[in-house]
Write a protein that binds this ligand. Structure first.
Ligand SMILES: Cc1cc2nc3c(=O)[nH]c(=O)nc-3n(C[C@H](O)[C@H](O)[C@H](O)COP(=O)(O)OP(=O)(O)OC[C@H]3O[C@@H](n4cnc5c(N)ncnc54)[C@H](O)[C@@H]3O)c2cc1C
Length: 431
């Protein structure tokens, strides 16, 4: 069976690894010339996606991943207001291993050993499917044929629109700006905000900021023979979310915009503490990127009958990074699909039934991840109105004071994660 995968992002590369392990013939077409070309932000992977990667990757690559990532037990988050005051400390209470890994690093690990199976610097323009085969046309005039096509080309995919015959992704109304700042360039006040836990803060005027310390060379999850971490120095990694129109999305190359400067100015104007503003302002300049945040309708994922063409990751269930689950869910997709295609290759099911079963399972766990990720978008949009802004300014100091008095440490058990783990364990069940 020959599988063509469009998109060598997190989900596409993870799938290729799994298919290779099952002995299937796979080719990945990736638009980027270099895997380090897009998105150097940090990804948080919880236990279900780490377990899925252990099934998809050869043991050496699993070790390489752990050796190039920061490991933590459980996941804690300091929810702060825009002045930096602690509102609650959220803790998932799981105690399970999670990994923080740079997206570029994860892509490099996932590309290990793919060799000529990974075609970089090539874009897929269109696809067609016959009863027994699929065909894709690339931007260099080349065409490829195979038995199965997997669209893993990220959010707002034109190729998935062709499959669904309508758009499956919508802009949430928020944009994200993400970047990195060297730890040594941070003031003591900025460091203090991030020293113990990652921070998520929501402020007035439709602004939210996530920031965390990241040191994969100094504090790797384990000492592996190689460390592929893209950043060799301790860093603060941050992501700002704000309403569309406040930050230029596609800067005019003839009049380049200082994105970190624009993001820092926005936070300052909205009354954020200097400690937070400075994390953004002192960023490594070429590390900063801006992007529109997309979502999808969790009740209508993959709205097509199963066939030889399917999709995974953000291409089928776009979700904003506000839930920190997009990459993890793309990895679960890869494991679910590889598992079923492996069964089809062994004669246990047909290819189209394998895809049907994958899509049925995916609609369940991905819908939950999409719902959880869209919730903070509603909060941020809610603070964008003049009334919401005023309410945020009035309410947050009171909540912060109550938190200080009561030393609020609130465990938050993400039911979704548990259900997600349960679904993962039931991957072989037909829904
Ligand atoms: C700031 C930020 C922080 C995030 N944090 C987290 C986190 O902590 N945890 C988490 O789980 N997720 C996180 N995410 C989400 C995560 O990055 C995405 O959900 C994940 O990358 C989706 O994987 P994917 O394979 O579906 O798509 P992508 O990784 O976006 O890959 C799609 C690939 O397809 C390629 N492509 C597109 N069109 C074509 C074409 N026509 N032909 C060939 N190739 C094409 C693109 O170049 C790209 O490489 C974050 C995202 C952002 C922006």
């Amino acid at each position: 069976m020959r599988v063509i995968v469009i998109g060598g992002g997190i989900g596409g590369l993870a799938l290729a690894q799994g298919l290779m392990r099952y002995g299937l013939d796979v080719i990945v077409v990736e638009r980027d010339q270099d895997l380090a070309d897009t998105g150097g932000y940090k990804l948080h992977l919880g236990e279900p996606s780490i377990d899925a990667l252990r099934k998809l990757l050869v043991p050496e690559s699993v070790e390489l991943l752990h050796g190039s990532a920061v490991g933590t037990l459980g996941f804690s988050l300091a929810v702060r207001d825009h002045r930096g005051r602690l509102l609650i400390r959220a803790d998932d209470g799981s105690g399970g291993l999670s990994l923080d890994v740079d997206r570029v690093t994860l892509r490099l690990v996932l590309a290990e050993g793919l060799g000529a199976r990974l075609l970089t610097g090539r874009s897929c323009l269109k696809w067609s499917a016959e009863e027994d085969s699929v065909r894709v046309e690339l931007d260099n005039g080349q065409s490829l044929t195979g038995d199965l096509l997997v669209l893993a080309d990220g959010p707002n995919s034109r190729l998935v629109r062709q499959l669904a015959t309508r758009p499956t992704t919508f802009p949430t109304g928020l944009v994200g700006v993400a970047g990195r700042t060297q730890w040594k360039d941070l003031s003591p006040a900025s460091r203090k905000l991030l020293e113990r836990w990652p921070m998520l803060a929501i402020g007035p005027g439709g602004t939210g900021l996530f920031a965390t310390a990241h040191d994969p060379v100094g504090r790797p999850a384990l000492r592996a023979r190689r460390n592929l971490a893209a950043s060799r120095e301790p860093l603060a990694i941050w992501g700002l979310m704000t309403v569309e129109g406040t930050i230029p999305l596609r800067p005019d190359p003839s009049a380049p915009v200082d994105l970190s400067g624009a993001a820092a100015d926005l936070l300052r104007q909205r009354g954020w503490t200097a400690a937070a503003v400075d994390i953004v302002r002192h960023s490594v300049k070429d590390s900063v990127g801006a992007f529109r945040l997309y979502g999808s309708d969790p009740d209508r994922l993959a709205p097509w009958p199963a066939s030889r063409v399917t999709a995974l990751g953000d291409a089928v269930h776009a979700m904003p990074p506000t839930g920190g689950q997009g990459a993890a869910t793309a990895i679960l997709d890869a494991a679910a699909l590889a598992d079923r295609l492996g069964a089809a290759a062994r004669g246990g099911t047909t290819t189209v039934m394998a895809i049907h079963d994958y899509e049925a399972a995916m609609r369940g766990y991905a819908a939950e991840a999409v719902r959880e990720s869209l919730q903070p978008v509603r909060w941020i949009l809610g603070t964008a109105s003049p009334a919401g802004s005023q309410l945020t300014r009035l309410a947050l100091p009171a909540v912060a004071a109550a938190a200080r008095l009561g030393r609020v440490v609130r465990p938050y058990r993400r039911e979704g994660r548990k259900k997600l783990a349960d679904r993962r364990n039931n991957f072989s069940g037909v829904r």
